[in-house]
Every structure is written in C-alpha cells, then in structure tokens.
Ligand binder design. Structure first.
Ligand SMILES: [Zn+2]
Length: 311
C-alpha cells in the first residue's frame, strides 16, 4: 500500500490518457532530455522507446473495485511496457482482517486474473491470527492460479510465531512472501500513525535468518521508510528481495540499494506510482544488464521456482 502519495495522485491524474510523450516528462529524467541531441519531440520519443525496450514485471501492485481499478493498472502498464503485475487486494490497516474479509479480497483478485488472462499474477492476502483459515486460503487461492503472499500488512509482525506455519507452507510451495514496510521509520522513532505490529527491517532480518529457505520481499523502500537504514539492516540477508516501489523517489535511493544489497536482490515495483516507479530505474546509474535484472529477471526467476513461467 502506498503512503505519502499526494504527488502521485497529481501525476496520475495528469498522465491519464496522455500517451507516451508526456510520460517522459514525468519520469524524473528531465536532465536526459535537456542534454540529448535532436529535437524535443524526438528526444522524448526516443526515451520512451528506450523504456519500452525492457521487459517488466511490477512486483508490487494492487487491485480492487475502488482505489486501484484493474483497468487503470493495465492502462499504465500498457504505456510503460509492463507485461505483468503482481496484484493483491490487501487487508486494510487497522482492520481485524477476519477470514471473510481476506477471502472476499482474494476472490476479487482471482476475478481480475480471469478477466485479464496473462496480465495479473495474484498474490494472497491472509491473517495468520486465523491459522486454519489462512492455510486453507492458500490452498484455495493456489487452486485458482494465485502464487505468493502479499501484500501482507500490519495485523501480525512478520517474525511473530503465528507466521511460522504460514512461512513453512510457503517454503514447500517456493512462494514469494511480500510484506509492507513501515512509513516514517527512522533510527529514532516510528511515524505516529504506524500501528504497533508493523514489521521493521530488523523483523524481516530475524525471520529470514530463521527460515533461510523462505523467499521474502521487503516492500517499497520508496514508500516512506528510512531506506538507507533498511538497506543496511538487510544487507547480509540473502533471501530478502528489496523492492523499490513507492511514491517518494528520493534521488540516489536505488544506487544506494545497489551498493548495499547488489543487483541480484533488487526488484522493480510501482505500488500504483507507475511513472515514478519506471522513471527512477532510468534515473539510477545502472547498466543495461542491471536494469534487465531489476525490471524482470530477478522476480521472474523467483516466480519460476513457484511454477510460474513468464519467459
Ligand atoms: Zn505497503
């Protein structure tokens, strides 16, 4: 779930239906346009050609019938060359997350997959406080073609023993486990609106070390967390992917993450901030091979382990 997204809504509104040309203006890459040779129109066109050259999987997307409409997701994805989106209808913060709630949310995700074959990879919302129902929900959703957990929220901390049976089941399925990271966390204190069970980087590190075979995805370092701190805490925890979505897009964030966790553990996502999500990859100092890994190959490799072949 994105936070601090006032800027995102402004850009989304402006870009809706505006096509490729406007897109490059919104991608944090104005310096490229100013320095490139050729007319302004050609430069923008060439840049969008460069964007579309890369295959992409959005490893952090949402769908519901209100704020995150599936058709809007696909509209952005089509303009930016995002082939597939890993969508969830997450349990909202400060709700109890009862089984009826997460079952209905997952059923919506399944419907999106059926309505748009080949575009959405549904990921499962659940609440480990309801152990039996959550384990059964994994089976139900898997039978319907979903894979992986996410976006998990704040009902239970990621390293709480309530999660152990869920994680063990995911290990047996080779499922990716994506969980929200907090907003406003710093070395000093949590942002005041954060719930008490929010999972901190050190909680991810702790559970990932307990289950080295499990495949975790630390959500949205651009979502408002102290990303330098998060990258440092997760530096030596190889089974945690660092996913770079979010609406904050600090300059240098991806370069910093690359330096700390390396090109094999970074994954692209948008969390509904589509132009920023793609643009920040191009603003970072990455090689062609690194872009390919971050946009597509790293998450594709993980999905393949779970039986989802996207090549
Ligand atoms: Zn989130």
């Amino acid at each position: 779930m994105p936070k601090m997204n006032r800027r995102k809504f402004v850009t989304n509104t402006v870009t809706s239906g505006a096509g490729l040309m406007l897109g490059s203006l919104l991608m944090g890459s104005a310096h490229r346009e100013e320095t490139a040779a050729g007319g302004i129109g050609d430069r923008k066109k060439n840049f969008m050609e460069e964007v579309l050259k890369y295959r992409k999987i959005d490893a952090h997307a949402h769908a519901d019938d209100n704020q995150y409409k599936p058709e809007v997701n696909l509209d952005f994805a089509d303009r930016l060359g995002i082939e597939k989106l890993m969508i969830s209808n997450f349990i909202r913060p400060f709700s109890e997350g009862k089984p009826d709630d997460f079952r209905a949310r997952n059923s919506f995700t399944i419907k999106c997959m059926k309505d748009h074959p080949g575009r959405f990879i549904g990921t499962v919302a659940l609440n480990p406080a309801f152990r039996k129902e959550s384990l059964e929900e994994i089976d139900r959703c898997r039978d319907a073609g979903m894979t992986g957990l996410g976006e998990l929220y704040n009902q239970v901390k990621i390293d709480d023993p309530l999660y152990y049976p869920i994680i063990e089941k995911c290990i047996s399925l080779n499922w990716n486990i994506m969980m929200h990271s907090p907003v406003g966390h710093s070395r000093v204190k949590l942002y005041q609106s954060e719930p008490k069970n929010i999972s901190l980087p050190e909680d991810f590190a702790s559970i990932a070390k307990r289950y080295p075979e499990a495949l975790f995805q630390f959500a949205h370092i651009g979502g408002g967390i102290d990303w330098e701190y998060a990258c440092k805490v997760l530096k030596d925890v190889p089974n945690v992917f660092i996913e770079v979505s979010g609406s904050n897009n600090a300059a240098g964030m991806i370069d910093f993450a690359l330096k700390y966790v390396g090109e094999d553990r970074l994954v692209f996502g948008c969390d509904y901030s589509f132009y920023q999500g793609v643009g920040q990859i191009f603003s970072a100092n990455l090689t062609d091979a690194q872009r390919k890994k971050i946009f597509f190959e790293n998450i594709a490799k993980r999905l393949k382990k779970a039986g989802i072949h996207v090549n």
